[in-house]
Design a protein. Structure first.
Length: 556
């Protein structure tokens, strides 16, 4: 086949093709002479048709970084070379080039335009590495950026501030206002952070309602503090409540994972301290965090083994002095950790979800105890049992309590369900609906810790209550000379009495407190003065008539 015929055949191919032959000086390979370039090559790769060109002259017209000679030399020596990808600044296209050596000792170069493929890859990468809602880099992008940030800081001996931000109450916003409103808040938060984007500050959408801010190339803690303060103030100006945790490289740690964990610990500390604030990581936070994990691990075992006890604190009628009943209180003693107060482990159980099985155990034990006392001791009082707001949120809670009534064959009027003001935080309508259902079934409903959280007259009117418990914090100073707490307590008692509710004063420890409460016509008292929490055996001894079994300050 003649050369013109070969040229016309090659021109019929849509793929760019180049044919070259090796040039030797003696036995030394010195260059490659380009013999043919088809029309597709001229049009696509945008080079001048010059069959006499050599690779040494020719390569700069395409891309000076492409190792034409090296690839061709390996090819003629039988070394398989993977396709080479490059970008042409002349044609502004991406190409994939591959060489083959023929039996005629010619090098055939096939070039494929892969610009569309590259653009598609870029779009896919953008989709994979960018959060579509906020258009910020996502966590996957962060995972690639983060290690080089740390390496650069180590090399330059500079500091990095790692700021983890969480939007407060996002779940409530989504539940009450809808996810569209929640998305608007996320976009607003991202736009606020974008104001600070520059070479030293990079922002990421880190999770559902979390953002990560990396503050690089800082020489002092003060400079990081100034930047984080400015970010926080910008959110305040937007009327957005956020909680943030900050860890510092290398001050807090040089380990990448530890720094992230420390920022998360500090952020959760900010949440715990009331939200809408930034906290810098402190070593004490980690100690408390590890202690918390340790308690949670032991608590998990305690749940599996039902390793809890229930004690009962008596309640007395103020006027008659008669026993009204008992409040069932959970206690936990761990062989390794010792006695863990309910004020410690109950919030932890609520946070990690263990309050659900713990609550089941509490209800079962209280119902079982009531049945035993009624049958064996002729007990006619009530047992008051606490129900966590998280328990009340469970769809099956009414069904479970109804099953306990049937299982133990007790009448609901002898059981008082105590709820706290925490039910007013999340989905109050659902909580009130379930409380009304319990009331309809015959249970008494008591509001615990009144006055310490979210209470208001409107809430009291909405809740189907029988009893209101006045918190210990009001009773503590009821006998003080300024009379402030006494006036408040008296007002509360008068108000709820007019609403038809009974009042229980908690934490009564002194005779003067008792006398004032009696003067105010408080109905029931509960506290160490008249009765401390007691084991079931001691309660049973007392119910059998042994007054010395009663643990109280009066008996001491």
């Amino acid at each position: 086949m003649t050369e013109p015929n070969l040229s016309s055949i090659l021109d019929a191919f849509s793929s760019p093709i180049l044919i070259a032959k090796p040039i030797f000086e003696g036995s030394k390979l010195v260059d490659f002479e380009v013999l043919l370039i088809n029309e597709a090559y001229k049009n696509t790769v945008n080079t001048i048709s010059a069959p006499s060109r050599r690779f040494s002259e020719f390569k700069h017209l395409i891309n000076r970084d492409v190792p034409w000679f090296d690839i061709a030399e390996k090819t003629i020596n039988g070394i398989i070379v993977e396709p080479y990808t490059y970008y042409s600044e002349i044609s502004h296209c991406w190409f994939r080039m591959q060489m083959r050596y023929t039996t005629d000792k010619l090098v055939v170069v096939n070039v494929q335009n892969i610009t569309e493929e590259k653009n598609h890859e870029r779009k896919l990468k953008k989709t994979a590495y960018q959060d579509m809602l906020t258009e910020l880099p996502n966590r996957l992008h962060f995972n690639e950026d983060y290690p080089p940030f740390i390496m650069k800081a180590a090399f330059n001996c500079t500091k990095i501030g790692i700021l983890l931000i969480d939007i407060d109450n996002m779940k409530n916003i989504n539940d009450s206002m809808g996810h569209a409103e929640g998305d608007d808040i996320l976009i607003k938060a991202a736009e606020t952070l974008k104001q600070f984007e520059k070479g030293n500050i990079v922002n990421y959408r880190f999770g559902d309602d979390e953002f990560m801010v990396i503050i690089q190339n800082q020489n002092s803690l003060d400079s990081i503090t100034n930047i984080t303060d400015t970010i926080y103030e910008s959110f305040l100006m937007q009327n957005m409540s956020i909680s943030g945790g900050i860890s510092i490289y290398p001050d807090d740690s040089k380990d990448e994972d530890e720094l992230l964990r420390f920022a998360d610990i500090a952020m959760h500390q900010a949440k715990k301290d009331g939200k809408n604030r930034f906290e810098f990581f402190k070593t004490e936070m980690q100690r408390r965090f590890i202690q918390k994990l340790n308690i949670q691990n032991h608590m998990t075992q305690a749940v599996l083994q039902s390793n809890f006890t229930q004690v009962y604190q008596p309640q007395f009628d103020v006027q008659s002095g008669n026993l009204r009943g008992f409040e069932a209180l959970i206690r936990w003693h761990d062989d390794e950790l010792g006695e863990i107060p309910p004020s410690i482990f109950i919030p932890m159980a609520e946070e990690c979800g263990l309050i659900i099985p713990i609550g089941v155990w509490v209800l079962n034990t209280a119902f079982s105890t009531l049945k035993r006392w009624q049958v064996e001791l002729g007990f006619t009082g009530i047992i008051s049992v606490n129900l966590s707001p998280i328990q009340l949120k469970q769809p099956s809670i009414i069904y479970e309590i109804d099953n306990l009534l049937k299982k133990y064959e007790v009448k609901p009027e002898f059981i008082e369900i105590e709820i706290t003001e925490g039910i007013m935080i999340d989905n109050m309508d659902d909580a009130i609906s379930k409380m009304k259902e319990l009331k309809k079934m015959g249970f008494k409903i008591s509001l615990d810790d009144f006055g310490t959280g979210y209470s208001s007259l409107s809430y009291l009117q909405m809740l189907p209550l029988d009893t209101l418990k006045i918190d210990k914090s009001f009773v503590n100073d009821i006998a003080s000379q300024d009379g402030v707490q006494a006036n408040i307590t008296n007002s509360i008692i008068m108000m709820v009495t007019k609403m038809g509710l009974d009042t229980i004063a908690e934490g009564v420890e002194h005779d003067d407190q008792f006398n004032i409460l009696k003067q105010f016509n408080c109905h029931i008292i509960q506290g160490f003065l008249c009765g401390k929490p007691m084991t079931k055996d001691r309660c049973e001894a007392y119910l059998k008539g042994d007054s010395s079994a009663l643990l109280s300050l009066q008996n001491e």
